[in-house]
Structures are given as structure tokens and as C-alpha cells.
Design a protein around this ligand. Structure first.
Ligand code: ARG
Length: 461
């Protein structure tokens, strides 16, 4: 005989090696709080439908609260032979209130229980990540006002392309994180479908009320198919995808700023408190935090991969493989949270190297595209204008000059449509001023963008 909750049909004690191999308490203990919330909703529903008495329900709910408090205080002993968090809490309940505790699992299985726990956990996690994303957006919006008078080269292929207001960069990140927030919110729709009462796979012959337990959990609707939902982890894969994309956005930002902090770029300086030194080279100030933000994204992407591989060959319904889903979930969540907790301070603390940016801003023909557009406005067909400006740039390169340095006569020798008003669009500062289209990096459009974002951020408060 064994003491296990499922021990009835077994004649041998479980091998200790199997207990160690199959346990999940070492990582699912962090589901304790949501496990208790799920069990309390289940108990209340059981009382309402008459499967337990109100007094039994009250004792269950109170004792579960006490157990939860002990776990939270670190005063609860976890034991490998009790497998997982569900068994720990249930056996503690039984140890304290005896037969009443033995009724908690009525009309429920660990399969719908763990799915419920995960949904409650992910719901909280989404809200936490969302708040961290808002804080990061705020940091960029604050920088937006501060840096609106700074111009930066915009790049494609990491080659200088066209100039933009620095704030355009900051608000570009805001947009990315906004899509991330939208995706999290979308994922929430699937998270809010209650699994509770799907039982092992087929539901139950007992008169449970799944709509009621759904309501008690503050979820949207009970899932319509017990077979599906008792093993469904789609919501978890979606959340992992959302996290992986957040990590990817953070990684791109980190990479960009790492480049910008180099002597070669000289755009940005990170505060000392967010950089680290070298143990051999005394002059070094390394952007290790940003490098780790970039590096940690690999793990988050791998966690998503793990979830896919875990699920791809599983027949319905629950399979024990699913126990491993939590490792991916917790790792990805913790990793993204750790990055998001540091990122806003780095965004706020970094200093644009205005002088060194300005000193080289007229390099790289950042005004060439606007010059081409000047010709288009004078009636030159686009392709002809492109070729003309290409020729002018080549000429400047051979003479080691900038477009601003060409004389009207030199311009007119190439194209008679060019007049002295050409100098109104030449030079990086003029080129930025000339950008007018909606969503562009010009001063006017960026000011409008920033106004919208400032309002958005205020509305979040
Ligand atoms: N620890 C298990 C998990 O995380 C709980 C569900 C166990 N269900 C079962 N039928 N053995 O998946």
C-alpha cells in the first residue's frame, strides 16, 4: 500500500528514483497561490450545487487560506514524494480537516486543475508584463520631449540613409512595444476560457456547474470541449510567442544602442551605474547589461521552441509531457521581466552625444533623397531625378565635397531645373525639416506623434 492520493490500485511503493524523476514541486511550487484560488472557486461551486455543505466549503476555504499563507511565508515543507503543488496543498488540507478535505477534488482532476492554475498564472503574468511595457514606453516618451531638437542619421543596411529627429527613434520603440501589448491583450481572450470542471478528459457525471466556477474565477466562458481543454496549451504558446517577440524587440534595441555606444558611432553614453568594467583593460566601460538583454532573448525564443516541440506530437488529451510546459513558461517570463525591469532606467539615463553626432551629421549624403524630391517637385520624372542626384553625389565624392558645397552653376550644368532655392533643402537640418508626410521623421510629423504619445501615456495613468 502507498500513501499516495492515487495509491488505491497500487501494491508496491513507488521507486524513489521515479519520485525524483516525476516530481514537479521543485518548479511548480510557484503556482501555489493560483492553485488555492482555483480550489476555493471549485469548493464554492461544489457547495452551491449541493455536493458539499456550506460549512464544509467554509472550512475548506479557510484552511486553504491558512495553507497559502504558510507557503507564502516559506513555512511550508515541500516533499518530493508528494509530486506537485496540487498534491501538497490537497494533502495538507486533508491532514488538517480530514474527510472534508477529501471532498475537495470532487468533480475535478489534476488535469483541469493544472490547466486552470496556468491560466490564472498567465493572466497575472500578462498584466505584470503589460505594466512593465507601459513603463518602458513612458521612458521613451520622456526622452522624446528632451531630444526633439536632436537629429540622427537613419540607417538602412546599416548605411547612412536619411536623417530623422531623434524622437522618431524613441517613438518607433513605443510602437513596437504597443503591438506587444496588443498581442498580450489578444492572448488574454484565450486565457480567460475556464478549464475548470473538464476533469480528467471527459467531464463528470456529477452535477457540477462549470459556468459558475468560471464566473467565480472571473473568466469569460467555460471551455466547450473537455477533451480539448484538459490538454490545451495554445494560450501558453501564444504567451511564449508574445514574450519571445518582446525579447526580440528588446534585443534589437540593445544591439542598436551597443553600436551607438562605440567610439565608431559616438552617439550615446550609458550612465556608469549601468555599465561594467574590464578586469584587464582599465579604460573599458562595457555595455554588459545591453549585451545580456540581447543574449537572454535567445533563451526566450528557445522557450517558445520548447513549447512547440513539447506539443507537436501529443495525442489528446492530457499527457505527462505537459508538466514540462512550466519550465518554458517560468524561464521566459522571468527572463523578459528581468530585462523589462532594467530597461526603462537605461532609456532614461543614457545621454545622446549631441556634439559628436552633430559633427558628423553632414557626412553620408543624408540630404540626397530630399534633393531628388526637390527635382520631382520641379517636374522632373522620379527615375530621372534619381539618376541626376546619383551623378551629383558621385561628383561630390570624387571632389570630396558635400552637396551643399556645389555652386548653382555646377548644379545647373547637370540639371537646369535646379535653382538657388535648392539650398533650402540641402544639408541635414534642412532635409529633416523637409520631411512632411504622415508618420515621417521630420520635425512637424514627429511633434504630432509625440503629442499623441504623451496623451496616450497620460491616459494610462
Ligand atoms: N504535475 C502535473 C503537471 O504539471 C499535474 C497534472 C498531473 N496529472 C496527471 N494525470 N498525472 O502536468
Amino acid at each position: 500500500m502507498t500513501q499516495k492520493a492515487w495509491g488505491g490500485r497500487f501494491q508496491e511503493k513507488t521507486d524513489p528514483g521515479v519520485e525524483t524523476f516525476t516530481e514537479s514541486i521543485s518548479f511548480d511550487a510557484r503556482l501555489a497561490e493560483v492553485d488555492i484560488i482555483g480550489s476555493q472557486a471549485h469548493a464554492r461551486m461544489l457547495a452551491e450545487v449541493g455536493l458539499i455543505t456550506d460549512d464544509e466549503c467554509r472550512q475548506m476555504v479557510e484552511t486553504l487560506d491558512a495553507i497559502g499563507a504558510e507557503i507564502a511565508a516559506g513555512e511550508f515543507e515541500f516533499r518530493t514524494e508528494l509530486e506537485d503543488i496540487h498534491m501538497h496543498i490537497e494533502s495538507a488540507l486533508i491532514a488538517r480537516i480530514g474527510d472534508i478535505g477529501r471532498k475537495l477534488h470532487t468533480g475535478r482532476s489534476r488535469n483541469d486543475q493544472v490547466a486552470t492554475d496556468l491560466k490564472l498564472y498567465v493572466r497575472e503574468a500578462i498584466s505584470h508584463v503589460d505594466h512593465l511595457l507601459i513603463d518602458l514606453q513612458k521612458a521613451f516618451v520622456e526622452r522624446g520631449e528632451h531630444d526633439i531638437d536632436v537629429m540622427l542619421p537613419g540607417y538602412t543596411h546599416l548605411q547612412r540613409a536619411q536623417p530623422v529627429v531623434a524622437t522618431h527613434y524613441w517613438l518607433a520603440y513605443c510602437e513596437k512595444f504597443d503591438r506587444d501589448r496588443g498581442r498580450l491583450n489578444d492572448c488574454l481572450e484565450r486565457v480567460q476560457i475556464s478549464s475548470l470542471g473538464a476533469a480528467a478528459l471527459a467531464g463528470t457525471s456529477l452535477p457540477i456547474d462549470r459556468h459558475r466556477s468560471c464566473e467565480l474565477l472571473d473568466m469569460q466562458i467555460p471551455a466547450a470541449n473537455s477533451l480539448d481543454v484538459s490538454s490545451d496549451r495554445d494560450f501558453l504558446v501564444e504567451f511564449l510567442f508574445d514574450l519571445a517577440l518582446i525579447a526580440t524587440h528588446l534585443s534589437g534595441w540593445a544591439e542598436e544602442w551597443i553600436l551607438w555606444c562605440t567610439t565608431e558611432f559616438g552617439f550615446l553614453k550609458l550612465p556608469d551605474r549601468y555599465t561594467t568594467g574590464s578586469s584587464i583593460m582599465p579604460q573599458k566601460r562595457n555595455p554588459d547589461v545591453l549585451e545580456l538583454v540581447r543574449g537572454k532573448s535567445a533563451r526566450v525564443i528557445a522557450d517558445l521552441q520548447q513549447a512547440f516541440v513539447l506539443l507537436k506530437g501529443l495525442p489528446m488529451a492530457y499527457n505527462r509531457d505537459l508538466q514540462e510546459d512550466k519550465l518554458a513558461l517560468f524561464d521566459a517570463y522571468d527572463t523578459v521581466v528581468s530585462c523589462l525591469q532594467l530597461a526603462p532606467a537605461i532609456v532614461r539615463g543614457a545621454v545622446l552625444q549631441r556634439e559628436s553626432i552633430a559633427a558628423r551629421l553632414d557626412e553620408g549624403f543624408l540630404d540626397a533623397t530630399v534633393l531628388m524630391e526637390y527635382l520631382i517637385l520641379k517636374g522632373v520624372p522620379m527615375r530621372t531625378a534619381h539618376e541626376t542626384v546619383g551623378g551629383l553625389v558621385r561628383m561630390c565624392e570624387t571632389k570630396n565635397q558635400k552637396l551643399t558645397e556645389l555652386t548653382v552653376a555646377e548644379f545647373q550644368a547637370v540639371c537646369d531645373k535646379i535653382d538657388k532655392d535648392v539650398y533650402d533643402v540641402l544639408g541635414t537640418a534642412n532635409a529633416v525639416k523637409a520631411l512632411k508626410s504622415y508618420g515621417s521623421g521630420g520635425i512637424g510629423p514627429v511633434r504630432e506623434q509625440l503629442d499623441r504619445w504623451q496623451q496616450r501615456v497620460k491616459d494610462e495613468e
